[in-house]
Design a binder for this molecule. Structure first.
Ligand SMILES: [Zn+2]
Length: 244
């Protein structure tokens, strides 16, 4: 197929652990970062700019700051991924890569990538567009384990509070900590000592229940409860935590 010969890949690089790892697994192709005007946008953007200084295949930051006003309490922004996907394609790419391991969000699921692909192919026949999530069957822990520590330590950012030093209390920090422990890596923020197993697994949901309720409400009908890790990974993380 002519499409395959002209495949132009771009990774949507939020600078979280999942997207940085996805970019690395694919051999570090072109990538693009969107400033979505969120609480944590400045911290992410600063890291992207530093990475871009070493990797010229990274495109300039795209300005979607007006979306910041639409951000909800649990950091959800309606239609954000659809906007970013279409804009990345319009920048001259036909292979749009999202990172979404076991994600709960409706706009990161298979139905989203299939229909976004279809919409672009209808809108521009012959463009060979494809939106995909090549590591959707991987967990966050597996992605982290397959990525050089230095790349993640130096450039990854995953905290909803947006301070330069991650807060260690929000959902994003909790998930990152558990995934690192499961991957046998030093977590970016250390869970406080003395947690019960229940409290430990609840780190994935953060201290405020806003995120928890928001995520539940947006889960795909019929989907299993949110599970960012396999059961054995969670147990491994718990065992590392208990011994530390
Ligand atoms: Zn945090």
């Amino acid at each position: 197929m002519a499409d395959a010969a002209q495949r132009k890949t771009v990774v949507l690089l939020s600078m979280g652990y999942d997207s940085l790892s996805t970019w690395h697994q694919l051999g570090r192709p072109s990538a693009v970062h969107f400033d979505v005007g969120s609480r944590y946008a400045a911290a992410e953007k600063a890291r992207y700019e530093r990475l871009r200084a070493s990797f010229p295949q990274l495109l300039p930051v795209q300005d979607l700051r007006w979306l910041g006003d639409k951000e909800q309490d649990d950091a959800w922004v309606p239609l954000r991924n659809l906007l970013m996907t279409v804009q990345a394609a319009a920048l001259g790419f036909n292979d749009i890569v999202m990172s979404a391991p076991a994600d709960w969000a409706a706009d990161k699921r298979l139905m989203f990538t299939l229909t976004a692909t279809l919409a672009m192919r209808v809108a521009q026949p012959g463009g060979g567009y494809r939106v995909r999530r090549p590591f959707s069957h991987w967990t966050k822990a597996r992605l982290i384990a397959a990525t050089p520590t230095a790349l993640l330590e130096e450039f990854a950012y995953s905290c909803y509070q947006g301070e330069e030093v991650p807060c260690g209390r929000c959902t994003a920090c909790g998930r990152a900590a558990i995934a690192h422990l499961a991957a046998g890596r030093k977590p970016p923020t250390k869970p406080r000592p003395g947690l019960s197993f229940r409290e430990f697994t609840d780190l994935r949901r953060g201290e405020s229940n806003g995120g928890r309720l928001g995520e539940r409400a947006r889960m795909h009908p019929g989907a299993l409860p949110y599970l960012p890790l396999r059961g054995w990974e969670l147990l491994r993380a718990w065992n590392v935590y208990r011994k530390s």
